[in-house]
Design a protein around this ligand. Structure first.
Ligand SMILES: [Ca+2]
Length: 154
């Protein structure tokens, strides 16, 4: 009986205080937001895939921090496809591809070069060789970060 009472008291106390009071010193619990404004897709249909990375080691690999599929028709506002990614403050780089043939993956040729439209945060464009993490990375704080990125949807 006493145990039950103690448990209910604790639940009651937890309910009184919003969660952030308990995690005030934990930076990871705070959430920022990356707002993506993607141009070049207004005549496209189907889906884009957004991959978020937070390290050079994982960059462009299968080990993404976040992967989000966005239906173009649902996210189109005027000429732009809009997407919001809630993320804790930190350093990120984003890769986006337009799934032209709608098979759920980025098709590449035999040496790994994408055959479907891709774009990166900061609008980074590789001049030679694979795109670099350092060119695409950006810092997110508590304020929203807007990334305006153009995709050439063939
Ligand atoms: Ca594909």
């Amino acid at each position: 009986m006493h145990n039950h009472l103690a448990r209910y008291s604790l639940l009651f106390l937890l309910a009184l205080f919003p969660a952030h009071v308990f995690s005030q010193d934990d930076g990871a619990a705070q959430t920022g937001v990356v707002k993506l404004e993607l141009s070049g897709l207004s005549d496209a249909s189907g889906n884009i895939y957004i991959s978020v990375y937070n390290s050079e080691d994982s960059w462009l690999g299968a080990d993404t921090l976040v992967t989000e599929k966005v239906a173009i028709a649902d996210a189109l506002e005027g000429e732009l496809v809009l997407a919001e990614l809630p993320l804790p403050p930190g350093e990120y780089a984003i890769s986006i591809f337009y799934d032209l043939n709608n098979n759920g993956e980025l098709d590449t040729n035999f040496i790994g070069i994408p055959k479907e439209p891709v774009a990166l945060s900061n609008n980074a464009r590789p001049s030679f060789g694979p795109p670099k993490y350092k060119d695409a990375k950006f810092t997110l704080g508590n304020e929203p970060v807007v990334q305006r990125i153009s995709i050439e949807a063939i």
